[in-house]
Design a binder for this molecule. Sequence first.
Ligand code: OAD
Length: 235
Amino acid sequence: MHIPPKASIVVLTGAGISAESGLATFRDNGGLWADHDIRDVATPEGFHRNPDLVFDFYNMRRREAAKASPNAAHNALARLENAWDGPFLLITQNVDSLHEKAGSKNVLHMHGKLNSALCYECGSHQQWDGDLDDGEVCTSCARAALRPDIVWFGEMPYDMERIEEALGGAELFVSIGTSGTVYPAAGFVMEAAGNGARTVEVNLQATGNPLFEDCYEGPAATTVPAFVEALLAGR
Ligand code: OAD
């Protein structure tokens, strides 16, 4: 693939990139939303109704994510960022830290992070690595008001200004391992394409979104390294 050497690249990742690291996706067979009701564990109303259920769900996911290691797809994106001469931004919908563990630097977690807690009284964020339960106290305001730092349905994703700016200048937009069903992330390809970016999808199976000009099908740990090598070779 030939992309100008200093082109601006924006990559969007979803749960599919972490599947081969052993972390469940949401909407595949046996995915997280098959066993858990979104309204119970991924909305502010669900948290208000039954906080313990919500704490338990994210404690389970935090423990699993802590044990997981990056796979070849995460490693390839870190290599791309390191080798690329132009601007590079990695936007992830994932709440695990596998991109950082692989060495990626310029990463935005638009749906939050498992290893962070959010104070719903003062809005501060703090690193949180173990289980988080009701009654934990915020280090900024000293109130017992911490919740998982996850963007739930009905809440505004993080870093949207920086994301919009990057999408406005992107010359290559790559979407990896996401079903493209949750907005605003699902609309990024339209914005990037509208601004003239080349658009590529890398997924187990093509999502069928006609806005992607190219699609690389197959498991991310195989397809992403191949895609990255082709991109770097074509400079
Ligand atoms: P989904 O579970 O909706 O989609 C996962 C995508 O990854 C699907 O298109 C699969 O085909 C693909 N996939 C599965 N295994 C793969 C593999 N080994 N290699 C490549 N692709 C693979 O997950 P997301 O699109 O990330 O939000 O979901 C978006 C958001 O919905 C999540 O961030 C989460 C969820 O509700 C919140 O919790 C706010």
